[in-house]
Write a protein that binds this ligand. Structure first.
Ligand SMILES: Cc1ncc(COP(=O)(O)O)c(C=O)c1O
Length: 323
């Protein structure tokens, strides 16, 4: 599959020795894959998905990127930045009411700087508004490329299959004994891409997705994404929901609910490794990893690669009060 160059790759893998020490003598070796450093307007996991999505849009002759998300969506911010670099227009369908301009902060501030055209709507009406916006743009003579939430289509998923291959070869080159990979899971494309790479390479890591969408059947959604993405590569895979590991011991908090667990994780990564997590995605995933270590789900003989998938722009928006 073709891809457009947007990312600074490869991102490094670093050990987190001070965090290991803080988590006590039964802590596994902890490594972090710095996909918060992929570049493209403060980085994050969407850069890799957008490399494939934008290439697909261009191959189809599209001139507008159209997607949706929350007001603080990392995916929308990175889509707006990708549109700038590819001289395309960008339409974002964002949830909520338009705040006054002086309150545009974090990702929303960046969306505005990148010249994204924003349509505000409710979560319930989002799909309908996306369709209406698409039709309106087509009637004006444009060719919009519609991306699902989080860029989690089969094409976007290929970005994380590629990320897997990159990490796997770094692990082999440095002779690391990684047993587990841990990622945040929300729309599913990141975990799906990692699972696909793991299967195609026969690498055998345990890939744990720390789900922050408890209302959705993420295992089924992710298994379908794995199979569809494999088809894009002319491979036949039979991934089923049982092959998608979302540990059953993780907490089932609502999307973006910030509990003491997220607060602790964000604080711990900052004060031990000077790594900035966000409370919604990476803070949630790190909090579940820490819980897993404390409860003995991961042992001293394990070695974990934590995927840092970004989110710095949104944490800067949150303000100190959440901590
Ligand atoms: C910073 C960050 N990490 C992780 C995720 C989850 O990735 P995915 O939507 O591919 O499951 C997202 C996006 O939704 C995100 O913005």
């Amino acid at each position: 599959m073709e891809k457009t160059h947007l990312a600074f790759l490869p991102t490094p893998i670093q050990r987190m020795p001070r965090l290991e020490q803080r988590l006590g003598s039964s802590c596994p070796e902890l490594y972090v894959k710095r996909d918060d450093q992929t570049g493209l307007a403060t980085g994050g996991n969407k850069t890799r998905k957008l490399e494939y999505l934008v290439a697909d849009a261009k191959a189809k002759g599209c001139d507008v990127l159209l997607t949706a998300g929350a007001a603080q969506s990392n995916h929308c911010r990175q889509t707006a930045a990708a549109a700038v670099l590819n001289e395309m227009r960008c339409f974002l369908v964002l949830g909520g009411q338009e705040p006054p301009k002086q309150d545009w902060k974090g990702n929303l501030l960046l969306d505005g700087l990148f010249g994204a055209e924003i349509v505000w709507t409710t979560r319930e009406q989002r799909n309908q508004v996306m369709e209406e916006t698409k039709k309106r743009l087509e009637a004006e003579g444009h060719r919009p490329y519609l991306m699902p939430l989080g860029g989690s289509s089969a094409i976007g998923t290929l970005g994380y299959m590629n990320a897997f291959l990159e990490a796997h070869s770094q692990i082999q080159e440095s002779s690391l004994a990684i047993t587990h990979m841990i990622t945040s899971t929300s729309t599913g494309g990141t975990q799906a891409g990692l699972i696909l790479g793991n299967r195609l390479e026969g690498a055998g890591y345990e890939i744990h997705g720390m789900n922050n969408e408890p209302e959705d059947d993420m295992q089924t959604i992710i298994a379908a994404l794995v199979n569809e993405a494999a088809t894009q590569l002319d491979k036949q895979l039979k991934c089923t929901s049982e092959d998608v590991n979302i540990p059953d011991w993780i907490g089932m908090h609502d999307y973006a609910e910030v509990t003491d667990g997220e607060r602790e994780a964000v604080q711990l990564f900052a004060e031990t490794e000077a790594i900035i997590l966000d409370p919604v995605y990476t803070g949630r995933a790190a909090s579940e990893m820490i819980k897993g270590i404390r409860k003995g789900h991961y042992s001293k003989d394990d070695s974990i690669l934590f995927w840092h998938t970004g989110g710095v722009a949104s944490v800067l928006h949150q303000g100190k009060d959440i901590f």
